[in-house]
Design a protein around this ligand. Structure first.
Ligand code: HEC
Length: 200
């Protein structure tokens, strides 16, 4: 008998119930729902278009120049790859404004040395333990919410993203491969050599 087949709406309800934990961000044996897949894809599009890879992904050299190393996408400045100290007199109004390493993950300027962070969902070294609220507030205010300190350059200010855009970016970042990579803490500017200041 044809009516023995469950009506389509019942299948939809069941699918919704199964997919609900995935929408809420939890693991689900049936995989992510269609709407969370759409959010993840939108997040990837935004991350790609806003060039997060420039400073947060190590590079591999190709014939066309440095390209993001997709095997460790968004894992930040590689641990152990220190940049040498900057010789005095390089930075200044009549000199260079800043320098960066070949991964574009370490940046030297009047603020000292800053390193692109690990944005993968690794709990220890990435942002896996961050709540969405922390992420959204950090991006909106340009501040490390926990530490209450502003982001160092060259992290751009992304204060005009909508709630939906930030939600999509966070959803995408939490979906990528976690990479264990402890990014070094930023280094303060090197004090000018003794005698360089006329005040003291
Ligand atoms: C031009 C370089 C640059 C670009 C582009 C960039 N960032 Fe950053 N970002 C940085 C640097 C450098 C830091 C570390 C700043 C600090 O130490 O205060 C940082 C820090 C962060 C942090 C704080 C992480 C933590 O563990 O404290 C988040 C979150 C972040 N960036 C997200 C993003 C996202 C998302 C994008 C793309 C939409 C992006 N960034 C694009 C350079 C960049």
């Amino acid at each position: 008998m044809r009516r023995a087949v469950p009506p389509r709406w019942l299948a939809m309800v069941l699918l919704g119930v199964i997919a609900l934990p995935a929408v809420a961000g939890a693991e689900s044996a049936s995989g992510p729902s269609e709407s969370s897949l759409a959010e993840t894809a939108e997040g990837e599009r935004l991350v790609h278009n806003m060039d997060c890879d420039v400073c947060h992904t190590p590079k591999v050299m190709t014939a066309a120049g440095p390209r993001p190393d997709t095997s460790r996408r968004l894992s930040g400045h590689p641990a152990g790859e220190e940049v040498p100290p900057l010789p005095g007199g390089v930075l200044g109004e009549d000199g260079w404004g800043g320098l960066f390493n070949h991964h574009l993950t370490a940046w030297v300027g009047p603020w000292g040395v800053s390193y692109g962070s690990n944005l993968t969902p690794d709990e220890e070294t990435g942002i896996g333990a961050w709540s969405e609220e922390t992420f959204v507030e950090s991006m909106r205010t340009g501040t490390h919410v926990g530490e209450l300190r502003p982001f160092l350059p060259p992290m751009p200010t992304y204060d005009r993203l909508t709630d939906a855009e930030l939600h999509a970016i966070f959803t995408y970042l939490q979906s990528i491969e976690p990479v264990s990579n402890e990014v070094p803490a930023p280094r303060p500017p090197v004090a000018p050599p003794a005698g360089a200041s006329s005040d003291h």
